[in-house]
Design a protein around this ligand. Structure first.
Ligand code: C5P
Length: 265
């Protein structure tokens, strides 16, 4: 029904200390990607699912296909992997969710909240959690320059949800997707109600970014790309979940095992 989920799984996983792609690291006897795809399938049974896999991979590709997903060769960065998946989306895609395979235990309720916000009309949605650590700033020498008010901060998770035309448009503006098919999406977006800032606002940001083909520092996710290249579309928050943490370091695997055990028992 016009919904696609991109599961990014083309990372190397070097911080986990296994000699294999992170998405293949075993958790309770199965690769992380198998857990991730099962949670996506349970939450959104009707969605088209695309998985970005490392170049020359065969194992994740086979796993994705076994679980009813399409495999797309990823790029050198997460953003490039997402762009390649966007280029491969079914033409009928209206909403797209971008999800980290490394967040392999995300509860179905988080997917449901993101999708509900999109269906209410939000064009970019991110699940967030409160920040619990006290956060300090440091200067270049590593000296403390003060404490940040954490009540104004949020931790950002995935799945992040988007109007598919908007996400393609900001990927083109960032130089991550070619410009050829620009016409249709851009016309559709600027023709929509309340979108008067679209042409001027994104035109300027788009041309400067695509000229260099690079993104400004600090853009590490898809919603930030929308904020930068399409500021007329505010990013909507929904509640994330502690169990949607990203498996990054060895301790995260210990926690993930405990979560799997607690769900089984
Ligand atoms: O490295 P990090 O944990 O931030 O990666 C987040 C997600 O992006 C992971 O699921 C990883 O597999 C994916 N990724 C990707 N292509 C890359 C780098 C990361 O799909 N080139």
């Amino acid at each position: 029904d016009g919904l696609a989920v991109v599961v990014v799984a083309a990372g190397s996983g070097t911080r986990l200390g296994y000699g294999l792609p992170k998405a293949l690291v075993p958790l309770a006897g199965e690769p992380l990607l198998a857990h991730a795809l099962r949670t996506v399938r349970e939450a959104l049974p009707a969605a088209a699912v695309l998985v970005t896999v490392p170049a020359a991979d065969t194992e994740l590709t086979a796993l994705a296909r076994r679980m009813g997903a399409r495999a797309v060769t990823g790029g050198a960065s997460r953003a490039q992997s997402v762009a390649r998946a966007l280029a491969a989306l079914p033409a009928s895609t209206e909403h797209v969710l971008v999800h980290d395979a490394a967040r392999c235990l995300t509860p179905p309720a988080v997917f449901a909240r993101v999708l509900a916000a999109l269906r209410e009309g939000a064009r970019a949605v991110v699940p967030v959690t409160p920040v619990t650590d006290t956060i300090r700033r440091a200067d270049a020498e590593g000296r403390s320059t003060g404490t940040v008010d954490r009540s104004v901060l949020r931790g950002v998770q995935t799945p992040q949800g988007f109007d598919a035309a908007l996400l393609r448009r900001v990927n083109r503006a960032a130089g991550l997707l070619p410009h050829e098919s620009a016409g249709a999406d851009d016309a559709a977006l600027s023709a929509s109600a309340g979108d008067t800032a679209a042409t001027g606002g994104t035109g300027a940001a788009g041309s400067s970014a695509s000229a260099s083909g690079t993104d400004p520092e600090g853009i590490t996710d898809d919603a930030s790309l929308v904020e930068h290249h399409a500021p007329e579309h505010p990013v909507r928050f929904v509640d994330g979940d502690e169990e949607s943490f990203k498996v990054t370091r060895p301790l995260d695997l210990v926690l993930a095992r405990a979560v799997v055990d607690s769900r089984a028992g």
